[in-house]
Design a protein around this ligand. Structure first.
Ligand code: UFG
Length: 334
């Protein structure tokens, strides 16, 4: 029996594929490679370049690989972009998942682990955020992920498709062994942007807003190591296999860091004095997002191994630094 990982060439997807293989699972990847990277997927993992909208291809994969469960990452996932281009988020995220669920149902695949997000909460009334707190998204990205969670709920009621939705807070870091890491083009996330500046790949860091109601005026986020997220997917899969119960879980470390604090940790790790400038707030950014992950710890038996921000930034830094060094070696040898 095999697990289909959609979006398995993306940042969190590729780390999860690596982790599942280490756990001895059989895996196949579907990715359209619009944002993912083929080289992030191990060579011995069957790989299909294609779209979630292609029901024929999805059916082929389910039947030919004896698919038992799906881990579903494939989606557009940028808050700012979703505000500017909401319709593509509805099309790719909601219509794409609808197509996937229809094919799963037809082919009797009854387990799915879904990449959801802290963006479903919008501006929280209190922190740390609990799963039963109100979900009122402030951007189309969060709206589409919340709509999919609801679709999964009804697909379970009607068709017995069991699901675990994982609401990630801020994914960061890289494989501690340095095999793969975070590589978005263009990059919009705070930690890789700061580290790229430390490597001289960009000039300044722009802090989006310093007038938020937080201790230093900048946004506070809960950063979670990408390998701990990978582990959570494995735990979620085991939960559906063993209990046949659906559920929704937050994934974070329960500790918030402001944008300025993150930049300070990056300065310390990279040993470089990164220059910052302040600009206006970015549309759709809530002031504070910090998770209570007690439910994931209790029910999924998820125990993050890398909760310390300095460790997360160090793993990200090693990945970025080595990539920059191997690139300059390639350039040099031409
Ligand atoms: N930020 C800056 N300057 C930058 C980049 C980011 O000040 O150059 C700030 C942002 O405004 C935000 C914080 O740093 O306050 C973190 O921003 P990221 O872009 O790294 O991450 P987000 O919090 O916007 O979003 C991430 C994921 C979403 C997910 C969300 C949930 O990209 O998919 O975490 O917390 F929904």
């Amino acid at each position: 029996m095999t697990i289909l990982v959609t979006g398995g060439a993306g940042y969190i997807g590729s780390h999860t594929v690596l982790y599942l293989k280490e756990k001895g699972e059989s895996v196949v990847v579907l990715d359209n490679l619009l944002t993912g990277h083929r080289q992030s997927v191990l060579n011995d993992v069957p790989f299909y370049m294609g779209s979630l909208h292609d029901e024929q291809l999805l059916s082929y994969i389910c039947q030919n690989h004896n698919i038992e469960a799906v881990i579903h990452f494939a989606a557009n996932s940028l808050v700012g972009e979703s505000v500017k281009d909401p319709l593509s988020y509805y099309e790719n995220n909601i219509a794409g998942t609808l197509s996937l669920l229809k094919v799963m149902n037809k082919n009797n695949v009854k387990r799915i682990v879904f990449s959801s997000t802290a963006a479903v909460y919008g501006e929280p009334k209190s922190v740390p955020i609990q799963e039963e707190d109100p979900a009122i998204p402030t951007n189309p990205y969060g709206e589409t992920k919340l709509a999919i969670e609801k679709m999964l709920h009804w697909a379970d009621k009607a068709h017995g498709i069991k699901s675990v939705a994982l609401r990630y807070f801020n994914a960061a870091g890289a494989d501690p062994e340095g095999r793969i890491g975070e590589e978005h083009l263009p990059e919009t996330h705070l930690i890789p942007i700061v580290l790229q500046a430390a490597l001289g790949q960009r000039e300044n860091i722009t802090v989006f807003g310093d007038d938020y109601p937080t201790p230093d005026g900048t946004c506070v986020r809960d950063y979670v190591h990408v390998m701990d997220l990978a582990d959570a997917h494995y735990c979620a899969l085991q939960k559906i296999r063993n209990t046949k119960e659906s559920g929704i879980y937050n994934l974070g470390n329960g500790k918030g860091f402001s944008v300025k604090e993150v930049i300070e940790v990056c300065r310390e790790v990279a040993q470089y004095d990164i220059k910052i400038e302040t600009a206006q707030r970015r549309t759709g950014d809530p002031a504070v997002l910090v998770a209570s992950s007690q439910k994931a710890r209790d029910e999924l038996k998820w125990h993050p191994r890398y909760p310390d921000l300095k460790t997360i930034v160090t793993d990200a830094w090693n990945w970025h630094k080595n990539k920059a060094e191997s690139f300059s070696v390639v350039q040099h040898s031409k």
